[in-house]
Design a protein around this ligand. Sequence first.
Ligand SMILES: [Zn+2]
Length: 189
Amino acid sequence: MKSREFTPERLDILAFATDHGTLEGNVDLQTMLRLRAGFHAAATDPSTWPQGHWQATAELRPQTKGAPQVWLHLQAQTAVPLECQRCLQTVQEPLSVDRWFRFVATEAEAEQLDTDADEDILVISRTFDLLALIEDEWLLAQPLVPVHPDCELAFTGSDTFDDAANESEASQTPHPFAALAKMKLDTSR
Ligand SMILES: [Zn+2]
C-alpha cells in the first residue's frame, strides 16, 4: 500500500483515486472570500461564524472498455449567517453537500458530457483545488430566499414589532393585479 501525502488545495486527483484516498478537514469560513461576501452585513464578528467540515474520498471504477473512470465523493457541511428576508435579522442557514463528481481528461469531453450525465463532470488535474470546489458547492447550496424557519414575523400579526406593523401595512396595500382584477369586475357589472 502506497502512502502518498495529499494537499486539498493542490490535489493530484488521479493519484488520490488510485490510492483510494480519503481526506477530511475543517474550514475557517474567513478564508472563503466568495462565500463570506454574501454574509449578512450585521454578522461582522468572524468568531461567531460556524466552522465548516468536509470529507472527500476518491476511487477508480474499472470499465469494460478503456481506462477506469475517476470518481470523487464530497461531503461538506457548514452554516452561513445570511439576512432573513422577512425580519432582516441574521439567520444561520445550514448548508450540506453530498455529491459525486466524475473526472474526465479534457475540457471538451467535460462540456460534451455535462449536458447528458447525471453526475457533475470535472476536468482532471494534478493540482485540483478541492477547497474551491467546496466553496462552489456551498455557494450553490445557499437558499435563494433565506428565512428563519420560525421567523417571528411569519406568525405575528400584532404590532409588537415596528417591522411587523410595517409589514401588515404593506400587505394591506392592494397588489396591482388585485386592483386590475377589481377593475375588470367593476366593468363587467
Ligand atoms: Zn427572520
